[in-house]
Ligand binder design. Structure first.
Ligand code: ZN
Length: 146
């Protein structure tokens, strides 16, 4: 199956703003929109809210915040598609830890795939790399210069 992804300007701008705000620390949030015939459309990206755990090399979301964001998005007819986070430097690919985290999430949820977004920043340039993660692996969907 061939997957593709589209991002609205709003979603990309939210990711850019949050990546810049977080400075040298990692950050992240949820990706919401719809999926039709293997095409993901990301209409909204959220930030981490409060009381999350981040350093220069890791990000762990506050699951309470994330679940509130999911409830809020679903009330408005949006589907939870996955999550994004910022990587330090120019590391655009998922880490082994990222893959373990997403494999665990797929085990917990009645869905077959999740979007994983990785944002990187060099100066004022923010790039967003999109992947789809399934139980049998991970496929790159392309990247967006934000
Ligand atoms: Zn990562």
């Amino acid at each position: 199956m061939t997957y593709s992804v589209g991002m609205t300007g709003n979603a990309l701008q939210a990711i850019r703003n949050e990546t810049i705000r977080a400075g040298s620390l990692e950050t992240g949030g949820g990706l919401f929109g719809n999926e039709q015939r293997n095409r993901f459309t990301v209409l909204e990206a959220t930030g981490p809210g409060t009381h999350y755990d981040a350093s220069g090399v890791h990000f762990t979301p506050n699951t309470e915040v994330l679940h509130r964001q999911i409830d809020d998005a679903e009330r408005r007819g949006l589907v939870y598609l996955g999550e994004w986070h910022r990587h330090p430097g120019t590391l655009t690919v998922p880490s082994d830890g990222d893959m373990r985290t997403f494999a665990h999430m797929l085990d917990q949820m009645p869905i077959h795939n999740l979007l994983m977004g990785i944002a990187t920043r060099i100066g004022s340039e923010v790039n967003f790399h999109a992947y789809v993660v399934q139980r049998d692996g991970c496929t790159a969907l392309g990247f967006f210069r934000v």
